[in-house]
Design a protein around this ligand. Structure first.
Ligand SMILES: [Ca+2]
Ligand SMILES: [Ca+2]
Length: 184
């Protein structure tokens, strides 16, 4: 308790420098409906170096408040270099049972431009339950987003947000956290 905050560790060798995550609630004012709609982008604050998108991973953490299967629909990302999926941590903590994962291709040559360039928007419409991707059944149960680790109802335009985490895979395929604070 108290004292100085611990400074973040230096970024791993070879990792893109200066990347940060910005977030906005994609359906502001709807924290208790049937949809979770995060909108996320990665911004490159490095003055000179473009940042490779290759191997980047973004995680949006939440508690689905149910054991029903999770699903999503809509073109998650208007870009072939990213895919969306579910990430389940080995140990869940309140508010962060699972994460929506945005995974960049490990082969793409796309870059985020230096000096304030941004990635493509990373977004999805998440719902439950469902048997088929790309549909949200009309009987979906509502979420409670207020207890979700990565949710922030006050961010209605892109804002730096350390509760959405960003990872970079090194040449050995090992994930390294390069932005944000993991739940727990
Ligand atoms: Ca919602
Ligand atoms: Ca929740």
């Amino acid at each position: 308790m108290g004292g100085k905050p611990t400074p973040p560790p230096p970024l791993p060798k070879g990792a893109p420098q200066g990347l940060k995550v910005q977030y906005q609630a994609g359906d502001p004012g709807q924290p208790c409906d049937q949809y979770i709609v995060p909108k996320i982008r990665i911004v490159n604050t490095d003055a000179k170096a473009d940042a490779p998108v290759k191997g980047l991973i973004v995680r949006y953490w939440f508690a689905p408040d149910t054991t029903q299967p999770q699903n999503w629909f809509g073109a998650p990302i208007d870009n072939n270099n990213w895919t969306v999926g579910i990430y389940t941590p080995t140990a869940s903590v309140p508010g962060a049972d699972i994460a929506i994962a945005f995974n960049a291709s490990v082969t793409t040559t796309e870059v985020i431009r230096a000096n304030g360039g941004a990635s493509v928007p990373l977004s999805v419409i998440w719902c439950k339950p469902g048997s088929a991707v790309h549909t949200c059944p009309s009987n979906s149960e509502p979420f409670d987003e207020y207890n979700d680790y990565s949710y922030n109802p006050f961010m209605t335009s892109y804002t730096d947000w350390d509760r959405v985490t960003l990872y970079w895979k090194d040449d050995q395929g090992v994930e390294r956290l390069i932005w944000g604070t993991e739940p727990g």
